[in-house]
Design a protein around this ligand. Structure first.
Ligand SMILES: *Cc1c(COP(=O)(O)O)cnc(C)c1O
Length: 391
């Protein structure tokens, strides 16, 4: 019998090797076997380390979370299946019926929808404030305000929030500050060093960087908050996939280099397109005509980000001509290795009337550019060609 072949169903063990792979292995297994009953008890009671079921954690998520933790100066960060699921986990982990939560008035579109439509169905009240105006926050806070969700740089008008005032007011009132750091990235701004309670990311964007993995990340300063968020991730099934974590970790090997290059490219592009006669304005935090120049150095340092917005003359027709003549991907995302161009009036902000968009500073000739890592001369000439053709 001892010579009988092992069954091929789960019968072959992973080969031993005294030398170790330098690339992170991909581990897609959903379940993990344990040696015996006592060991399983030990795992569940935290006396032994080990995975059990991948909705409750897996090695690729642990490795990736540690990597983002290093960048953010965080401990115990957690991966989720998307940026939106990170936001969901924070809201549902830390809020209850009767609480009030405030958001910046130009949050990411789905975050706005979550606050306007979904949270009120669970009797969680929501309100909005202008993150560039401390008084607007003071007026919006109520006795039952529990949390503020803010993005450092607004989308797509690239206003820079008055972060110091927000932390100070929140501390006075005992309100948690949650920073969606997707746009700024931990290379541009590290919220925990300034007073944030919770940091989250759409890792889908710049951190992963190749538009082929959808993931979120969330970290909290207070371990009790981390635990509450983690329990919601596991219970609601907001878990990240091992494959996406593995892809994103590979993408992150080059994050520093990509970000540095993309910021340099963005600065060059902002300067070049501002020279064109049919460009009405260029929005980029490095520019001296940016409305928030006074506080930008204390928040962004020398990294002004990879996002550039601009407005061309000629409204809808000119916008159509620009996209017809542009060799960059016309796609409503950001943070890819390649530059992508988006048009809020036909995508993220299409639900608003043109008057409502105008009030937010977005005409039909308004574009948002996510700058990638291309050769800067090629990139600038592509844009100059497309914008000129729109005139
Ligand atoms: C994309 C984005 C999100 C949502 O992330 P997904 O990974 O698409 O779910 C949240 N916040 C900001 C600022 C984003 O750009």
């Amino acid at each position: 019998m001892s010579n009988a072949p092992k069954d091929t169903v789960r019968g072959i063990d992973w080969p031993d090797s005294v030398s170790l792979a330098i690339g992170t292995p991909l581990q897609p297994s959903v379940v993990y076997k344990t040696s015996d009953v006592e060991m399983l008890h030990a795992q569940y009671e935290g006396r032994a380390e080990g995975f059990t079921y991948s909705r409750e954690g897996h090695p690729n998520a642990t490795v990736l979370a540690k990597k983002v933790d290093l960048l953010e100066g965080a401990t115990g960060g957690m991966m989720t299946g998307s940026g939106m699921s990170a936001i969901t986990a924070v809201f549902f982990g830390l809020l209850k019926a009767g609480d009030h939560v405030l958001g910046g008035d130009q949050l990411y579109g789905r975050s706005l929808r979550m606050m306007k439509t979904e949270l009120p169905r669970f009797d969680i009240d929501t309100g909005f404030f202008d993150p560039t105006d401390a008084n607007s926050l003071r007026e919006a806070i109520r006795p039952n305000t529990r949390m503020i969700l803010v993005e450092v740089v607004s989308n797509p008008t690239l206003r820079v929030a008055d972060m110091q005032a927000i932390y100070q007011i929140a501390r006075e009132k005992g309100v948690l500050v949650v920073v969606d750091n997707t746009f700024t990235t931990p290379r541009g701004y590290r919220p925990f060093e300034h007073g944030a309670d919770i940091v989250l990311h759409s890792v889908t964007k710049l951190l992963a960087g190749h538009s082929d993995a959808m993931l979120g990340y969330v970290a909290a300063q207070n371990p009790a908050h981390s635990q509450a968020i983690w329990d919601v991730i596991v219970t609601m099934g907001l878990t990240a996939s091992p494959y996406d974590c593995w892809m994103a970790e590979r993408g992150m090997h080059s994050f520093d280099l990509r970000f540095e290059r993309a910021c340099k490219n963005a600065s060059i592009v902002a300067t070049e397109i501002a020279k064109l006669p049919n460009v009405l304005r260029v929005l980029y935090p490095e520019r001296s005509d940016h409305p928030d120049t006074a506080r930008i150095p204390s928040i962004m340092g020398e990294n002004f980000g990879n996002m550039v917005s601009f407005e061309i003359a000629g409204g809808h027709k000119a916008a159509q001509r620009l996209t017809e003549n542009c060799d960059l991907a016309f796609a409503p995302t950001l943070g890819d290795v390649a530059s992508t161009l988006s048009h809020p009036a036909s995508s993220s902000h299409r639900g608003l009337t043109s008057d409502e968009r105008a009030a937010l500073g977005m005409s039909d000739g308004f574009f948002r550019l996510s700058v990638g890592i291309e050769n800067p001369d090629t990139l600038a000439s592509l844009l100059v060609k497309a914008i000129s053709a729109a005139a």
